[in-house]
Design a protein around this ligand. Structure first.
Ligand SMILES: *[C@@H]1O[C@H](CO)[C@@H](O)[C@H](O)[C@H]1NC(C)=O
Ligand SMILES: *[C@@H]1O[C@H](CO)[C@@H](O)[C@H](O)[C@H]1NC(C)=O
Length: 285
């Protein structure tokens, strides 16, 4: 009798871990897959488990653990934190279509609303349901970095643009180490077809200029080191994307319309500092 009971427990455990589909990021109320509508059961979180930005891209992760969990996803939000899913969240093209046992990243655009505690619902056409409690912030504030003004001199990679200029870089780094990492990022991305589908000389020149402008903003002549001056325009960004045949995913993740239309210097806002750091890293993947 005891052996039968043990065997049953084992079977149940196996079927729990080897079945179906579930939202894994943000963490869902029930971390096991479930067909219970609308949220897959579980206990609603008392506080948001993730914060996203209004109108900005966010990446969700959906895990298919058995073939019966495949199928396109529908993603919605209840801004009031309940389970009335009135706000549909659009997926960034190409929409994810989980069609195999694997982990899928769905890039969505958060709606133009804010909420301290909303419910995110994801379900597959095969009717696996998950919910998570999230926050949508007005803008994602990042701490303003401590920066220092240095005279760029003898830089090898970005030197052509910034040597003999006073640039603004984070405290604790040197212009030389930043130059080296820009060169490494450049080389890695140029040969990554998931980022660029063309990497001829025209693309390489435009991408190098863009990366250097990103990483070596000019120091504010009025002497305010926390206010670096970036010289990047929407047109420069778009020109690089065209020359390099940047993949749709990367164009959507890093839209050029976040830059001013003119080529005049502009003062970067704190949230864009994070964007800069992220773009340099993320373009690697
Ligand atoms: C261009 O991309 C191809 C692969 O897509 C790669 O083999 C080649 O090394 C790249 N060229 C440069 C200069 O990185
Ligand atoms: C320096 O720039 C920062 C960031 O833009 C700003 O918050 C601060 O007020 C500026 N300080 C001065 C003295 O202008």
């Amino acid at each position: 009798m005891r052996i039968v009971a043990l065997a049953l427990v084992c079977l149940m455990t196996i079927s729990l871990v080897s079945s179906h589909a579930v939202l894994t990021n943000p963490v869902s109320w029930n971390t096991n897959p479930s067909k219970t509508s609308p949220c897959g059961g579980g206990t609603p979180a008392t506080a948001p488990v993730a914060t996203y930005c209004k109108g900005q891209p966010a990446t969700l992760t959906w895990k298919v653990v058995a073939g019966d969990g495949t199928g396109p996803l529908t993603i919605s939000i209840d801004p009031a934190g309940g389970t009335s899913f009135t706000t549909v969240v659009n997926q960034v093209a190409p929409a994810v279509n989980p069609n195999a046992v694997s982990t899928f990243k769905a890039v969505v655009t958060m709606p133009d609303i804010t909420c301290d505690k909303c419910t995110l619902q994801v379900f597959s056409s095969s009717n696996w349901f998950s919910c998570s409690t999230i926050k949508i912030a007005e803008k994602c504030d990042t701490p303003v970095e401590d920066r220092q003004a240095v005279l760029a001199d003898d830089l090898t990679f970005c030197g052509k643009w910034v040597n003999e200029h006073v640039v603004s870089i984070p405290v604790g780094q040197t212009a030389e180490t930043i130059d080296d990492s820009v060169a490494a990022t450049f080389a890695a991305n140029l040969k990554n077809p998931l980022v660029f589908q063309n990497n001829d000389t025209n693309c390489a020149n435009k991408y190098a200029a863009f990366l250097c402008a990103y990483n070596f903003p000019l120091d504010d002549p009025s002497g305010n080191v926390s206010q670096p001056i970036y010289k990047i325009s929407e047109g420069q960004c778009a020109g690089m994307n065209d020359a390099c045949a940047t993949t749709d995913l990367h164009r959507t993740l890093y839209p050029c319309d976040s830059y001013p239309t003119s080529n005049n210097a502009f003062n970067i806002v704190p949230s864009m500092i994070a964007f800069v750091a992220v773009v340099v890293l993320a373009l690697l993947f």
